[in-house]
Write a protein that binds this ligand. Structure first.
Ligand code: HEM
Length: 572
């Protein structure tokens, strides 16, 4: 056996003849080139193996759905949209029909542009279409695959779902978090009184605070070393947005082995940096609650998802080995961070849709306000108890329409079948990444007449026997598709609708919203969808301006007084 010093770097370098910088450069690029050659050969080999495998698994040679023509080896890499995917997907519907098939090296995609078909696949065949894609950049390199939305189907995902479904049930949200959400919404009204131009930032802050407190309880800067949780939310949002867009490494997984110092490997250096920020933030948030719980046994701590789960876990701790405890704590940590991540931006997006809609559609605002005035009046604040289609149907419909008008998860979160499937005469192999194009459903004229208009009344109808309008069962509710389908359906949907309802009800009660400088849609202001929305993974309104005028002096007084009293009383 050779002595170990032979392999030391300095021994090897000393043994090499001296080189000119040109020689070094040539050998470096020759090395890089051979790496690429090996990679291409690997892609070819994998492609041949995949084709054979597909022939074996699809003996009747059922076709794949139609789609853009793939190039040899790299498939549709250049057809795959890198932004505004929902719009490209809708164009594909016009060209290829409701099912579109695209391939990239090692991955196949099915885009479904039809509500009934998505329902069939994700709901009726929900036990098959239950997995998530393995994303290399966002998942393996950054760590997002530990969170519920990207967790692979299996016992860990089931454990996450059990915890989340229980904690986020509508009555539990109302009971445990209703007062905190109401109080924060009133503080939001105060910021609209004082700094109306900051309405976007402030509504972002409102949702971020609500979701953070539900996940981890109240955090005060002085106690937590000055950490800014809202900034954390925003930073995590940026990391998620950047990484789930898709990198070359997602198409060529072997690239994940490229070292960070390699030329043109900025993405790898970014991945290492983002992964550090992501993991440190997540563990810090969890550990801060756990340490307090271990020292106080939960006494005096504000209710939160992590606290409830830790209490439950530690009450059974005698029956479990250490390894079990660590695994369970890890599951709580990752599930909490998932909803810290998944809940705020999406809910805020609905509220932002509402603000833009009120700016552009004054008749909808007038009708909703008339209802609020009749049911609540101006002598008291709205309350969470006022919610209900039987109480203020137009208000409920306004929240639904804010969800439909620009669905926040515009292309959903993809599902993957765990076994091969056949659908509408096409072969859908196991592991295909299947997208639901929610944007297409929102603009489907079969379900929504004049879909670009904001018309809450579409969800209502009159009933001779009832004093108020009632739900119109003939119109498809966005509740049935905007939160996904089947066993992967969004577990935070009740919380989201509750949070959005509070903002909508309180703002309509307190303010009249008007466009600045008398702009109107008829005058060409924000007249098309492309001028209104950004169509990102989490679709938001594009920047716009509006004025908030308090509806009376009394309203102004009530808000100021409530905030002052809240400050004196302390708490969240
Ligand atoms: C308007 C707001 C929201 C929208 C539009 C939305 C939409 C979605 C969609 C489309 C999915 C994928 C469902 C599927 O795969 O079929 C999802 C998953 C998820 N959502 Fe939401 N969501 C919202 C708010 C929330 C909130 C408030 C929370 C938590 C507090 C939350 C937590 C989650 C989690 C953890 C998942 C992953 C579920 C799984 O993979 O099993 N979401 N959401």
């Amino acid at each position: 056996m050779a002595p170990s010093w032979i392999f030391r770097q300095e021994t090897l370098l000393a043994a090499l003849p001296p080189r000119s910088s040109l020689q070094t450069m040539i050998s470096f690029y020759a090395g890089a080139l051979s790496l690429w050659v090996v990679a291409v050969l690997q892609v070819i080999a994998r492609h041949i193996k995949w084709k054979r495998d597909m022939q074996r698994r699809n003996p009747q040679a059922m076709p794949y759905p139609p789609g853009p023509k793939p190039l040899p080896l790299i498939g549709n890499v250049f057809d795959m949209p890198r932004s505004q995917s929902s719009l490209t997907f809708i164009k594909w519907r016009d060209m290829y029909g409701p099912l579109t098939w695209v391939v990239t090296p090692g991955r196949q995609f099915l885009i479904v542009n039809d509500y009934e078909m998505i329902k069939e696949l994700f709901e009726r065949r929900g036990n098959i279409y239950i997995n998530r894609p393995r994303l290399i950049m966002a998942g393996e390199l950054i760590g997002l695959d530990k969170g519920t939305p990207l967790t692979q189907y299996g016992p860990v995902w089931r454990q996450h779902r059990r915890m989340l479904s229980h904690a986020l049930l509508a009555p539990i949200v109302r009971r445990d978090y209703g007062p905190m959400m109401t109080k924060k919404t009133i503080t939001f009204l105060k910021t609209l009184l004082d700094r109306p131009d900051d309405f976007i930032l402030e509504s972002k802050k409102l949702m971020a605070e609500i979701i953070t407190e539900i996940a981890y309880g109240a955090h005060r800067d002085d106690e937590d070393g000055g950490h800014d949780y809202i900034q954390m939310q925003i930073e995590m949002g940026i990391i998620t947005f950047k990484t789930v867009q898709g990198y070359w490494v997602d198409f060529f997984p072997w690239m994940k082995h490229i070292p960070p110092w390699f030329p043109f490997a900025q993405w790898k250096r970014d991945a290492l940096g983002w992964s550090k920020v992501y993991n440190i933030t997540r563990d810090y948030l969890f550990e801060s609650v756990k340490q307090k719980f271990l020292t106080t046994n939960g006494e005096g701590m504000q209710p939160s998802f992590v606290l409830t789960m830790l209490k439950e876990l530690y009450s059974q701790v005698d029956d479990k080995g250490d390894e079990d405890l660590t695994n369970n704590e890890r599951a709580i940590n990752h599930a909490a961070f998932s909803f810290f991540r998944a809940g705020a931006e999406t809910t805020e997006s609905v509220v932002r849709n509402f603000f833009l809609a009120m700016t552009l559609f004054p008749e909808a605002q007038a009708r909703a306000q008339a209802e609020v005035d009749t049911f609540i009046g101006q002598d008291r604040f709205p309350s969470i108890e006022d919610r209900g289609i039987d109480k203020m149907p137009y208000l409920e419909a306004t929240v639904l329409e804010s969800l439909r008008w620009n669905p926040p998860a515009s292309t959903g979160v993809p599902h993957l079948p765990v076994v091969d499937d056949f659908f509408q005469g096409y072969f859908i192999p196991k592991g295909t990444t299947v997208f639901q194009n929610s944007w297409q459903i929102s603009r489907d004229a079969r379900y929504y007449a004049n879909p670009t208009a904001f018309q809450p009344e579409r969800f209502l109808k009159t009933d001779q026997k009832k004093p108020r309008c009632v739900h119109n069962p003939d119109v498809l509710s966005p509740w049935d598709w905007a939160f996904g389908f089947g066993r992967r359906i969004c577990p935070g949907r009740d919380l989201a609708m509750q949070g959005a309802w509070l903002s909508v009800a309180f703002v309509l009660w307190a303010f009249e919203i008007k466009p600045k400088l008398g702009r109107t849609m008829a005058g060409g202001y924000k007249a098309t969808d492309e001028e209104r929305f950004n169509f990102r993974v989490s679709s938001k309104t594009l920047p716009f301006e509006c004025d908030f005028t308090p509806r009376s002096d009394k309203v102004r007084q009530m808000i100021n007084q409530a905030v002052e009293e809240g400050k004196k009383a302390g708490g969240p």
